[in-house]
Ligand binder design. Structure first.
Ligand code: ADP
Length: 449
């Protein structure tokens, strides 16, 4: 048997619940309203009879009927003498009930297929004893109840119908969006088009929130996939150049007989081989970082010493370019860090300051302690970076136009940024074209969890 849709099930459940609820309410209403109406009639009868007793007057044994009303609010009043003879009203305006007078009693008497409520009261006034009898028909209660039943029989189905149609429409509208969402999701799967988004009416209800969340997830996935695609294409592009140089140099070296030419070929092959090796190790590290498999090797590192060592390593290259490398390093600054990553970071920053400098320029490496952190700054008087470029230098494989002639992979600063994140540090750049750049790093001294 085909299972009912969620739409159908929800509507069926609420409609059945409503029917049950209405049945209970209607039964309860009839049961109690009958009693309430009867009680109301009874009190009315008692009140009117006792008011009449107050109004009765006798003059010389004769009852004064002037100004007296013998039919009040559906109650017929009769006054009898002590022998049970009717003394008022003189003209019979109501139905007289043939039953024995009983003081303070409230009786039900059936007459001519109608039920009457009768109340008798004995009193004495002006030395004369008399009976007051009040009679009221209970058909009013029966007819009111009958009217209520008719009204309920008409109103309840209408009410249930409206509730059923309303519930069906609301759930249908809500599930229509789900239908559209399913269709869009299917086209995303079949066409692998991650630019598609699920429909969202921005109503802020649960479905619209779900659709907004899925759209956010799709946007994020699209970004990740695009980055991945870009990364693969950039990586293959970067590797193609050294590989083709190596191949062509090998072919040329094999063909040429001259020893000097062969030397040149091997040097070129070695250079490109080294570049490939650097590129591959950087790619490997970034790939591990991306997959979350990289585990830093935390230890207490003498950062001052690492800075001095890296500066020394770049000394020779700086001298070749006539660049003055200066240090302003506070000694004994140690921090919780991964030493290999710190060396990579320092090598990249100091290396860039030398590489992108001018002949006769300056590089100043400073390190100082500030509260719970250490501040490292690498200042150069080189080419500088324009404002637009300052955003892009952190992107993978980005190389400035002026940098293309120099050695490099375009992965250095993206790695530096990642190393800062691993160490819960921050990195800033201030730079002016043709004046120089300052890269500043703030690292916490202790490992933060
Ligand atoms: P690479 O140095 O291998 O090109 P990086 O990621 O280290 O890659 O740097 C990205 C780009 O940022 C460089 O190509 C260069 O244009 C620019 N850059 C980085 N450091 C400096 C600097 N100190 N002075 C001027 N430009 C710089």
């Amino acid at each position: 048997m085909k299972k009912l849709s969620i739409k159908g099930r929800v509507t069926l459940w609420y409609t059945s619940l409503l029917i049950m609820l209405l049945c209970v309410v209607v039964v309860y209403l009839f049961a109690f309203s009958g009693q309430v109406f009867t009680r109301q009639i009874k009190y009315k009868l008692l009140d009117i009879v006792s008011d009449t007793v107050q109004e009765v007057r006798f003059h010389n044994g004769e009852m004064d009927t002037e100004d007296m009303d013998f039919y009040k609010d559906g109650v017929s009043i009769f006054v009898y003498d002590t022998n049970g003879r009717l003394i008022a009203p003189r003209i019979n305006r109501g139905m007289q009930v043939d039953s024995i007078l009983e003081d303070q009693s409230v009786k039900r008497v059936v007459m001519e297929k109608e039920v009457w409520m009768v109340h008798d009261l004995y009193a004495e006034k002006d030395d004369t004893g008399f009976w007051v009898r009040g009679i009221i028909s209970t058909s009013e209660v029966t007819s009111t109840l009958q009217n209520m039943i008719i009204l309920a029989l008409c109103a309840v189905p209408v009410f249930i119908g409206v509730a059923w149609i309303g519930g069906w429409l609301i759930t249908k509208r809500a599930f229509a969006v789900i239908g559209e969402m399913t269709k869009t999701a299917e086209s995303i799967i079949s066409g692998e088009d991650l630019t598609l988004r699920l429909p969202n009416d921005s109503s802020g209800d649960e479905i619209s929130n779900l659709s907004a969340t899925i759209n956010k997830m799709l946007a994020r996935l699209q970004k990740v996939f695009e980055r991945e695609r870009q990364f693969t294409s950039d990586a293959s592009h970067e590797l193609r150049t050294p590989v083709s140089i190596i191949l062509s140099q090998c072919e040329y070296g094999l063909e040429t007989v001259e020893e000097k030419e062969k030397q040149y070929c091997f040097e070129a092959i070695l250079r490109q081989g080294k570049r490939m090796s650097t590129l591959l190790s950087q790619l490997l590290l970034l790939a591990r970082a991306d997959s979350g498999r990289f585990q830093p090797d935390w230890e207490r590192v003498d950062f001052s010493e690492l800075c001095e060592m890296t500066v020394e390593e770049w000394e020779e290259k700086a001298q070749e370019e006539d660049i003055k490398l200066q240090c302003n390093i506070e000694s004994g600054i140690s921090l919780w860090a991964d030493e290999t990553l710190c060396i990579r970071l320092l090598t990249n920053l100091i290396g860039n300051a030398v590489k992108y400098n001018k002949k006769g320029g300056n590089v100043i490496v400073s390190l100082k302690k500030e509260n719970e952190s250490c501040i490292l700054s690498v200042k150069d008087t080189g080419k500088g970076i324009s404002k637009e470029e300052q955003e892009k230098i952190w992107h993978r494989f980005y190389r400035g136009d002026s940098a293309r002639s120099s050695e490099g992979t375009g992965l250095g600063l993206s790695m530096v940024k990642w190393i800062c994140t691993v160490h819960r540090g921050e990195i800033f750049v201030e730079s002016e074209p043709d004046i120089g750049s300052i890269f500043t790093i703030k690292f916490p001294l202790e490992k933060k969890d």
